[in-house]
Structures are given as C-alpha cells and as structure tokens.
Design a protein around this ligand. Structure first.
Ligand SMILES: O=P(O)(O)OC[C@H]1O[C@H](OP(=O)(O)OP(=O)(O)O)[C@H](O)[C@@H]1O
Ligand SMILES: Nc1ncnc2[nH]cnc12
Length: 304
C-alpha cells in the first residue's frame, strides 16, 4: 500500500472548493478500511486487516470514462451479484455500528438505498431516505451540492427526525468530493439530529485531501481502484488550444467565454492551466465546477 492509500485526515472543502495539492492518484487496487476524519475528530477504529476487505475491493468494477470522459466509475453492481461479498460489506458496517445507540440510518439516493436499509434493520434503527429532488411527496427540506461531475440536490421529509438529538448514521456507496455527504449532514443537522458518522464502501484516493465533512468522521471500507490493471488513466489531452479542452470536460455549466480562470489542484500543472490569485470559493458570485481530465495528475476547478 502506497502513501496515497493511507488516507486518514480528510480536510478541505465543500461546495467545489479547490484543493491546494492533490498529488498523484493511486493506481493500485487497495483493500483497507479508511477512516477519514476532519481535523480534531478522534479517528474511529479501522479494520484494515480484515480479510473481507480484499474481496469487497475486488468485487467492485471500475468503468473508465463513465458517465463522462475522465471519470473512473466505481460500479458496485458487480459486488451485488456476489451475495457473500455483499453480505460481508453489510456485516462490516453492522459490526461497527451495532451497540452505538444509532436511532436512524439515513441512506443517500440511489446507491445508499442498497446498503442503508440492510444496516438499519440489523442494528434496530429506522431508515430515512435522502432523495433527489421532487421524489418525496410530503413537505421537505433541501440541500444543494456540487458533484465530481455536476450539481445536485438532496431532500428529506420534514418529520423524518422525530425528536431533537436523534443519533444518525449516514450511508452511501462512495465518497468522492464529499459534497453529497456534506449536504446530507447539513440536512440531518438542520432537522435537529446528531450525525454520528458517515459510512461508505468506497473512497476515491484522489480526493482524499480535498474535503472536510463538517467535523464528522467518515468510515470507508476500501479505497477505489483507479483502473482495472493498475495503470493510470489515458494520456493527457493535447491542450494546445488552451481552455477549450478543459471546458469540454466541465460538467457544471461554466462555458469557455464565461470562464474567469482556473485553480489547479495538481503539483505540476501544465502551462496552459492558469493558477489564479483569487480564491473563487470566497466569491459568492462565482460558479465553480470541478474538472476531471483524462489523467490523474491533472485536475482543476473552473469558475465563472
Ligand atoms: O462525494 P461526491 O463527489 O458528492 O460523490 C459521491 C456521490 O456520487 C454518487 O452518486 P450520484 O450523485 O452519481 O447519484 P446516483 O447514486 O443516483 O447514481 C455516489 O453514489 C455518491 O452519492
Ligand atoms: N468515480 C465515481 N464512481 C462512482 N460513483 C461516483 N460518484 C462520484 N464519483 C464517482
């Protein structure tokens, strides 16, 4: 396991804040329990040597360039085809959260609905679906967030939290930027409950230093495999035409003629990627979007 695989401190941002430094993405398959904690949060016990983790890591398929160029998609449907491995994943969470006085498991649509209810039933907690917009029929509270490849919004029914101080575990399949989990944390806290921890099967190593989860620990079973054969992504674009190649990968609507600049998050930015003095996330008018190019060492945020 390389240095990148031992992500323990997750500090950084929400809402498309760029990282200071990203380093190279890990290319090896890694099976380890990773606990991502924000600053002062005490690290929960990790089960890094559990033999079930290797099977879980190997059962997750990595699909390059899905749903768009540059994204290495971690597909958990292949794990679901193997009931023993699926059960191992649920069991690992159940073993961790049983006896912790969890009142509710909040699962994030869609893939958090696959693991969350099984965990909730096993630990005797209620299940709260956090859904995408306009799916819940009752009164809702909403939180918008920025994804690795776009923007989205989560909603929760008013009344899902029934008393102040309920102890909530948030469950999803994967944490990448942490935007989704942070929106979920905000929803739960706005309803008056306490988020005890966030639990994900997979954490993307290339994002390990990019986010802060509002002081809440994140428990991750395995780091994502960046490619099937352990090699890096396909070569960098020929970026001789400057911004246009970058913008073609931009999923959040910052058009080239609107673009005021880029903030690179790489240690060795290509010359055409301009670092800018101002921090766009400190500008409330800025529209940020994350750009994942076809190389692990080149990432940036554009802002308009
Ligand atoms: O850490 P983040 O950058 O926020 O990304 C992680 C989120 O992205 C994926 O869901 P997606 O939004 O693709 O929705 P889906 O589960 O409905 O496919 C994944 O299941 C997480 O919920
Ligand atoms: N690389 C990835 N694979 C699967 N789901 C994701 N959600 C955000 N990034 C993802």
């Amino acid at each position: 396991m390389g240095e990148e695989a031992s992500c323990n401190a997750v500090c950084g941002v929400m809402e498309a804040k760029p990282a200071k430094e990203n380093g190279h993405a890990a290319a090896e398959a890694v099976a380890t329990a990773v606990v991502a904690v924000a600053e002062a949060a005490p690290p929960p016990v990790a089960a890094a040597d559990d033999p079930r983790l290797q099977g879980i890591s190997e059962a997750i398929r990595v699909v390059p360039h899905f749903p768009k160029q540059g994204i290495m998609f971690n597909d958990i449907t292949t794990l679901l085809l193997r009931p023993g491995v699926f059960k191992d994943a649920v069991d690992l969470f159940v073993e961790r959260y049983r006896g912790m006085g969890i009142d509710a498991v909040a699962g994030i649509e869609a893939r958090g609905f696959i693991f969350g209810p099984a965990i909730a039933l096993a630990i005797g907690a209620k299940f709260i679906p956090l859904r995408k917009p306009r799916k819940l029929p009752g009164e809702v509270i909403s939180e918008k967030y920025v994804l690795e490849y776009g923007t989205d919004c989560l909603e929760m029914h008013v009344g899902a939290i029934e008393r102040p101080g309920e102890r909530v575990l948030i469950v999803d399949d994967l944490v990448a930027t942490g935007g989704t989990l942070c929106a979920a944390i905000r929803l739960i806290e706005r309803a008056g409950a306490d988020v005890i921890e966030c639990a994900c099967l997979i954490g993307l190593p290339k994002f390990k230093n990019l986010y802060k989860l509002n002081g809440k620990p994140v428990y991750v079973l395995v780091e994502s495999r960046e490619s099937e054969n352990g090699t890096a992504h396909s070569p960098i674009h020929d970026a001789s035409d400057g911004h246009s190649n970058v913008m073609s990968n931009c999923g959040a609507g910052v058009r080239p003629n609107e673009c005021r600049g880029y903030v690179h998050v790489t240690s060795h930015p290509p010359p055409w990627l301009h670092a800018v003095p101002a921090n766009p996330v400190q500008d409330p008018q800025a529209t940020c979007c994350h750009i994942a190019l076809q190389a692990p060492q080149v990432e940036a945020y554009a802002y308009a």
